[in-house]
Design a protein around this ligand. Sequence first.
Ligand code: MG
Ligand code: ZN
Length: 442
Amino acid sequence: MDSQPFLARRHRLLQHMQQQGGGLALIPTAAEQTRNRDTCFPYRPDSYFHYLTGFDEPEAVLLLIAADNDNPSQSILFCRDKDVEREIWDGHRWGPQAAADHFAFDAACSIAQFDEKLAELLADQPALWFSLGHDAAWDARISQALNAVRAQARHGRRAPTQLHDVRATLDEMRLIKDASEIALMRRAAEITAGAHRRAMRATRPGLHEYAVEAELLHEFRRHGCQAPAYGSIVAGGANACILHYINNDQLLRDGELLLIDAGGELDGYAADITRTLPVNGKFTPAQAAIYQLVLAAQQAAIDAIRPGADFNTPHEAAVRVLAQGMLDLRLLNGSLDGVLESGAYKRFYMHRTSHWLGRDVHDAGDYKHGENWRPLEPGMVLTVEPGCYIRAADDVPAAFHDIGVRIEDDALVTAQGCELITQAAPKTIAAIESLMAEARHG
Ligand code: MG
Ligand code: ZN
């Protein structure tokens, strides 16, 4: 593993802390979660911790101490000790010594010494940088350490008087992806696009939704993704109108659409792609009409992504196209300005068009600065995912009943505009139909 990008991120955080008056930052990794009795869920490190360390064992904490007049800055890892007996059962542990060398920390200590050392290191620091309220056990541990320092007041030791939420700083850093992050996100996107192609080839009437989900998982895993980045949505027919459908246990029927929203996670980074395809390989005219509308809305949103445009501009562009299309197809009545004003379009398009994407599928970073949507900047990654969901109803033409379409790509903001990193997943009606026909006859 290349420790350079992680080292650079720690230095940036330390510099920021120093500019804000210094102090000590504490970033613990995630705890293991019990699945049942003595079995745990597959382990995933905390996104902030992993962003700064690249270290993926549980029971670890990163401590950063900003430089002051007398001392240089320090980054210290606390982790599990080497344990030959446990390693026979559970696998390799770095241990502090090797971890410090390999991951380029200034020092590393046993996690068993953490509470004692924390009280020592906190003494006389001006500020504590920590995400209070994220984990009750950690909050209690920190309070205890602060009280241990306060108990030393008569020996002249002082506890920090300021508390900063370290997440606020890290969120801003994480929002602008560095070169190594962009490389990982490109690869996660490429693998995910391949998984969608595989799912398109496999789809046919009579399969269950989970059989198509299995094709996705197969492709994620065989290219090195550790897991899906979020619960895969494989929704046939009317299920596509359930926005967070994850049961994936129904039969796929001739004449219906299949909506697949799934992405792989690679070394901590998510992809997030949605494609909608006809189960039998051929869109009906009504399905095609809705599909083309959503595709046009997505293109309008993509065209609106450029540095300086605010975060909401792509959403507004997509909504405008969708609302006009709903009027043209007689799903809505009235004027464009009227349905935009009243929000009548929300009956068929009730979610937003974009979210930040990165380590978390809904990634860190503010969407507004004060009252205003923040401007887009090169290095940000956002999804573009308009949709149209039409439930059966008396006032809707029957041909449109149970049609749910969403089309989602991942956009990297560049100096000129944006680059879609998920393009390898077929998207036009012609491309989807020809891939599906080829899989059937080829
Ligand atoms: Mg998605
Ligand atoms: Zn998404």
